[in-house]
Design a binder for this molecule. Structure first.
Ligand SMILES: Cc1ncc(COP(=O)(O)O)c(C=O)c1O
Length: 396
């Protein structure tokens, strides 16, 4: 069987490989937040907005952002019926309560009428999730509704680093926003993320939370650096012998996407941890290449759009005024094709992603009052938007 181009196409290069190797050798020095603070300032300048603080995951950043908005005590937060368990956990761990609302099928964002209908006296915030880096059809209407009803807005930009709407970066519109550097995201440190506060009071709380957050232990940071080296060889290098060696050397230490306790009821310590300098240096190095990465993702999207339209396959387009990040290229397919995606994978020579398969992906869940979200869970698959230049489907 021929190798499939990987879905989790990574932006790791030799530069991050060498950096990870060097950081492992002087880990005690890299276990402060000196470089983290420098990265946060650069991130704020790059966005032109807000106060940024980095943590050990997008989900950790989301939990902190919710705490920064003081949304504990079972405060209701509206979430789309097309999301993942990490998001629900972050809300629960911060003491907030998820309230599902349905999505629309134009660009997979929250539906403004569904949001209005989901508001209860306990609702305090709306979490707008920019799925696959797209801007939802009703984004502006939801901002307006939240303003009218006195609700806070949380932008989940885990998929949308670098996306813009009407000239402003996503993340600048909400009271708070979160970004992810997990291994499937626009940039990767394997795990990591940023919480951004635009509201002055939330910024003060976020900074205090970051100040009080412990750093991960040295062996945890080391395992993450090992995972960076592993992923460079296995996912980015195109060197089969190097990948084999990396698997043998480090395979057992590679960090998972989710830890077992995230499927249970306990709070994994990572939800409270600050990003150390060692990880921030890796994120910072990739920020240099972000514009080039986004340009490639957009060119590949134009290629896939043409490909899908020629075949009569349902796909999505940017709404007026938006420049999506296109973390993935979502397709609207028959449920049978989603259930057995291997035919599509073999025909295209790329791995096909299935998220989200339930409103709490990957955990089974039914939200009957979100029929469009449930339908999307049955029908949305996604294609990679960063392919090796030699791949037959790579954009020219
Ligand atoms: C929409 C969305 N939000 C938040 C997260 C959490 O990000 P992280 O994996 O960095 O914790 C994810 C996870 O992958 C996600 O898909």
């Amino acid at each position: 069987m021929k190798a499939l181009a990987p879905l989790l196409s990574t932006t790791l290069t030799r530069r991050e490989l060498e950096l990870a190797r060097a950081l492992r050798e002087r880990l005690p020095e890299a276990m402060d937040t000196h470089a983290t603070r420098a990265f946060e300032r650069r991130f704020e300048n790059w966005l032109g907005h807000g106060h940024a603080r980095a943590f050990m995951g997008g989900r950790a950043a989301l939990a902190m952002a919710i705490r920064a908005l003081d949304l504990g005590d079972n405060a209701g937060v509206i979430v789309p019926g097309f999301t993942c368990q990490c998001v629900l956990n972050a809300l629960a761990f911060a003491g907030a309560k998820a309230q599902y609302a349905d999505i629309e099928h134009t660009s997979l964002g929250l539906d403004v009428d569904a949001v209005r209908a989901a508001i209860t006296p306990g609702t305090r915030a709306v979490m707008v999730q920019h799925s696959f880096g797209l801007v939802g059809r009703d984004f502006e209407a939801i901002l307006q509704l939240a303003h009218e009803r006195g609700l806070k807005v949380i932008e989940d930009c885990a998929h949308a680093l670098g996306a813009r709407h009407r000239g402003l970066p996503l993340g600048a519109y909400g009271d708070v926003a979160v970004y992810s550097f997990e291994r499937s995201k626009v940039l990767t440190t394997i795990h990591g993320g940023v919480a951004l506060a635009n509201d002055a009071e939330a910024a003060q709380r976020l900074c205090a939370l970051a100040e009080a957050a412990p750093l991960p232990a040295a062996d945890e940071i080391d395992a993450q650096l090992v995972s960076v080296m592993h992923d460079y060889w296995v996912r980015a290098s195109g060197d089969a012998a190097g990948a084999e060696r990396a698997r043998a050397l480090w395979g057992e230490r590679v960090l998972p996407q989710m830890w077992p306790e995230e499927f249970g009821i306990s709070v994994p310590p990572r939800y409270g941890q600050r990003m150390p300098s060692a990880i921030a240096r890796l994120a910072d190095a990739q920020l240099d290449r972000l514009d080039a990465v986004l340009a490639r993702r957009r060119a590949q999207t134009a290629y896939w759009q043409h490909w899908a339209s020629k075949r009569g396959i349902g796909y999505f387009d940017a709404i007026d005024g938006s420049e999506p990040a296109w973390l993935r290229f979502p397709l609207w397919v028959d449920p049978a094709l989603k259930a057995d995606r291997h035919a599509l994978e073999n025909a295209l020579g790329v791995e096909v992603g299935v998220w989200f398969t339930t409103p709490a992906h990957p955990v089974a869940r039914t939200e009957a009052h979100c029929p469009r979200g449930m339908d999307a869970c049955q029908r949305i698959v996604n294609l990679p938007t960063l392919l090796p230049a030699s791949h037959p489907h790579a954009a020219a």
